[in-house]
Design a protein around this ligand. Structure first.
Ligand code: GLC
Length: 464
C-alpha cells in the first residue's frame, strides 16, 4: 500500500476501516459515509457529509490516490442548487448540500440541504469546504483542467454570489444561523461564529486561485481580493484576545457613536467572563468564538482557531500566539484525547438558555466541551507549519493507543476527554481519517503545500 506514517498507528487497520466507509455510485467511489457503526443505521449517519469527507479526501490526495476526490467533486457539483428562486423552502442558488446519499434503487444521489438535519438548519460550511477541497485537489494533482471547465467555473461563481451579494448586514463577516456548521445544533453560535469566518476566508483564498483569467471572472476576482483584505483585517483586529486587548476591553467606555468609537461593538466590560481572566495565558492569545453587537463570545473554538492558522487568517505573530496558548492550556484543550471542540463548556443556567436544555450537549459532552479526535489533523498541520510537533506527537500517540480499543468513537466526554462520548457513534469515519492524516503529516509534512495557504495576505484598513 505504500502508506506513510510515524509508526505509532496501525495504519493498515485504520485504512481498512476508512475503506469500509466508501460509498460507490455508478461503479465509482464518490465519498465515505459518516460512520460504519451498525447501531447508528437509523440516524442520518448513512449520509456522505461534505465536512466529514474533507480529512478523508486530504488523506487520499496525500497518498497519491485522487480518483474518489475527483468523483466526489464532480457529483457534488451536480447536486449544487442552481435555480434562483424566491421560494423559501428551496435552497439558495449556489448552495452545496450538507450531505447526500445514494437512492435505494442506486440510480440517483439524493442531496440534503438541511431539510433532514436536526433543527432543519442549512449547512453554510459545505459550500466553503467544497471550494477548499477543489483547490487542494487542483494543487495536489496538478490537474488544473477540472476547475477550469465552464461547469466548475460556474459552480465557483455560484458560491461566491451566494456569499457576497445578498445580505442584510454591512460587516465583512458572514451572518449565519445557529448550528450551521460542524456544530449543527443550537449552541449560541449564531451571528458571526469564528469557524464560519475562518472557513469563509479560506474559501475566498481558494477561489482566488481557482477563478479563470477571462473577463467573466474579473468582477469575481476583484470582489474576492477586496473581501479578503477587509475580512482579514476585521477578524485579526476585532476577534483577537490576549492580555493587552483584554486590558483595553476592561477599561472600555460604552455608548460611543461614529467613526472614532474605540469600543466599536459596544461590548460592556462587565460582560467579560470571570473564567477568562484566570485562563488566558500571557504570552498567548486566540481569536474569540464570535463577535456581534454588544457581544463577544470569548469561548475558545478549536476548529476556528486552527483553520485561521492554516489559512493565513491569523498570520505571523497571531498564529504563534494561538499555538503558545494551546501549549499553555494543553491540559484543558488536549487533555487525554485531542481536542476540545470548545472551552469552557456552558453550564447551569447558561446551558439551559443557550442550548435550550439540549441533553446531547450537556456540559463537557459532544459539541459543548467534548473532545473530538478529528481535530488531530488540524493540530498536526497548524503545528507543522511552524516546523514543530511537540504538541501533536504525544497527542497522536495517545490517540493511536486508545482509539482502536474503544472502536474509534466520534467524540469523548469529560473535562479531560477521558470518557467515550455518551451518545458517540463508533467507527466514525472522520475520527479514523483525522488520525491517519495527522500521522501522515507528522511523518511527511510536504502536503502542507496544498493543505495550507502561504501566510502572505496583508490586512487592509476597513471601516465597520
Ligand atoms: C454530527 C456532527 C456533525 C457531523 C455529523 C456526521 O451531527 O455534529 O458535525 O457532520 O455528525 O458525522
Amino acid at each position: 500500500m505504500g502508506t506513510v506514517g510515524t509508526g505509532h498507528l496501525d495504519t493498515g487497520q485504520a485504512r481498512s476501516l476508512m475503506e469500509a466507509a466508501v460509498v460507490r455510485y455508478g461503479g465509482e467511489p464518490v465519498g465515505t459515509i459518516a460512520c460504519t457503526d451498525p447501531d447508528a443505521a437509523t440516524l442520518n449517519y448513512d449520509q456522505v457529509f461534505v465536512r466529514d469527507f474533507v480529512p478523508v479526501a486530504l488523506y487520499y490526495l496525500a497518498e497519491g490516490e485522487p480518483a474518489m476526490v475527483r468523483h466526489f467533486l464532480e457529483r457534488t457539483r451536480e447536486l449544487q442548487a442552481r435555480q434562483r428562486s424566491m421560494d423559501c423552502y428551496r435552497p439558495g442558488a449556489g448552495l452545496i448540500p450538507a450531505s447526500f446519499k445514494v437512492a435505494e434503487d442506486g440510480r440517483s444521489l439524493i442531496p440534503d440541504f438541511g431539510g433532514h438535519a436536526i433543527g432543519r438548519v442549512a449547512a453554510v460550511d459545505a459550500s466553503l469546504w467544497w471550494l477548499y477541497l477543489l483547490r487542494a485537489y487542483t494543487r495536489a494533482t496538478g490537474d488544473r483542467e477540472l476547475a477550469a471547465t465552464p461547469a466548475f467555473q460556474e459552480a465557483i461563481r455560484g458560491i461566491l454570489e451566494l456569499c457576497l451579494i445578498s445580505r442584510f448586514d454591512m460587516y465583512p463577516t458572514l451572518l449565519v444561523p445557529d448550528g450551521s456548521f460542524m456544530v449543527d445544533r443550537r449552541l449560541g453560535v449564531y451571528g458571526y461564529p469564528l469557524e464560519v469566518q475562518a472557513l469563509f476566508f479560506m474559501a475566498l483564498r481558494a477561489a482566488d486561485e481557482l477563478l479563470g483569467d477571462g473577463p467573466d471572472s474579473r468582477p469575481y476576482r476583484e470582489a474576492v481580493a477586496d473581501r479578503l483584505g477587509k475580512l482579514g483585517h476585521y477578524v485579526r483586529t476585532y476577534y483577537w484576545l490576549d492580555f493587552p486587548t483584554l486590558n483595553r476591553m476592561y477599561r472600555y467606555s460604552t455608548e460611543e457613536y461614529g467613526d472614532n468609537a474605540v469600543n466599536a461593538f459596544n461590548v460592556v466590560p462587565d460582560s467579560i467572563p470571570a473564567w477568562l481572566l484566570e485562563w488566558l495565558p500571557d504570552p498567548g492569545g486566540y481569536l474569540a468564538g464570535n463577535l456581534g453587537p454588544s457581544r463577544m463570545d470569548s469561548r475558545f473554538f478549536t476548529q476556528g482557531n486552527l483553520l485561521a492558522v492554516l489559512s493565513g487568517l491569523a498570520g505571523g505573530s497571531q498564529a504563534r500566539s494561538i499555538l503558545t496558548l494551546i501549549e499553555a492550556r494543553a491540559g484543558d484543550l488536549i487533555g487525554e484525547m485531542a481536542m476540545k471542540l470548545c472551552y469552557p463548556a456552558l453550564e447551569g443556567q447558561d446551558w439551559r438558555t443557550v442550548t435550550g436544555s439540549d441533553p446531547k450537549n450537556v456540559p463537557w459532552s459532544y459539541h459543548n466541551g467534548g473532545n473530538w479526535p478529528v481535530f488531530l489533523w488540524l493540530l498536526a498541520a497548524a503545528e507543522q507549519l511552524r516546523g514543530a510537533t511537540a504538541l501533536t506527537a504525544p497527542a497522536l500517540a495517545a490517540a493511536a493507543e486508545r482509539l482502536p480499543g474503544r472502536e474509534w468513537p466520534e467524540y469523548f466526554d469529560g473535562r479531560r476527554g477521558q470518557l467515550v462520548g455518551k451518545q458517540a457513534r463508533r467507527f466514525q469515519t472522520w475520527t479514523v481519517a483525522g488520525v491517519l492524516l495527522a500521522d501522515r503529516l507528522l511523518a511527511d509534512p510536504s502536503s502542507l503545500d496544498w493543505i495550507a495557504f502561504a501566510d502572505d495576505i496583508a490586512g487592509e484598513q476597513c471601516a465597520i
